[in-house]
Design a protein around this ligand. Structure first.
Ligand code: E4P
Length: 215
């Protein structure tokens, strides 16, 4: 499973890119709204930091509006793909954009039916939101498993991005469920490094080395 960073924060993206562990970024209007800079100024900087897919979401909800916004966003950088919600108008826009070679990431997916519709419209990526499903007492990881199995049976090459990841245990769970990509908030990505035995192991190696030097 590839790792993307789920943020519009440039400092977080710079740090995660420096660690060498991410190969893409996803954003959404809520994440963009947390930043001081205009999103139109942030997006090209994200593309400079990470050489891989960068998702930017349309705000329009009508077909023409979505297509117009998508074309403007896609013109910013070759790696920009367009996040579009799973609605009938949205899928019409996905079809048009796919015909123009513009990749889309269909967002706010909460069922296998929605994922199938997105794939058939021509989405490059589909994003099931696992944390939000867990929040209402459903099982987000099981949905990822279901979508991955369904795509495999039918030879669908749309990539599944496990989104709305809330904690470190979600990451291996969606990887084992077969997600192609997990998009991870910075805090969770940082926590993925942690293990108490790693910390105590480093301490012991250094202490043993120091002892040997003194002896
Ligand atoms: C990414 O594609 C999604 O927009 C994001 O993961 C949603 O996460 P949230 O449910 O924590 O807002």
């Amino acid at each position: 499973m590839k790792l993307f960073l789920d943020t519009a924060n440039l400092a977080e993206i710079r740090q995660a890119a420096a660690w060498g562990v991410i190969c893409g970024v996803t954003t959404n209007p809520s994440l963009a709204a947390r930043e001081k800079e205009e999103f139109s100024a942030i997006l090209p900087q994200i593309c400079d930091l990470v050489d891989g897919p960068v998702s930017a979401e349309v705000l329009a909800q009508d077909y023409e509006g979505m297509v117009t916004e998508a074309r403007q966003l896609a013109a910013i950088h070759k790696n920009v793909n367009i996040k579009i919600p799973i609605t009938p108008e949205g899928m019409q826009a996905v079809k048009t954009l796919a015909g123009e070679g513009i990749k889309t990431n269909v967002t706010l997916v909460f069922s296998a039916n929605q994922a199938l519709l997105a794939a058939r419209a021509g989405a490059a990526f589909v994003s099931p939101f696992i944390g939000r499903l867990d929040d209402i007492g459903h099982n987000g990881v099981e949905l990822v498993e279901e979508i991955v199995a369904l795509f495999k049976i039918h030879g669908i090459d749309t990539e599944v991005i496990a989104a709305s990841i809330r904690h470190t245990a979600h990451v291996p769970a969606v990887a084992l469920a077969g997600a192609h990509i997990g998009t991870i908030p910075f805090k969770v990505l940082r926590q993925m490094f942690n293990h108490p035995l790693t910390d105590s192991g480093i301490e012991r190696f250094l202490a043993d080395w120091q002892k040997a030097l003194k002896g």
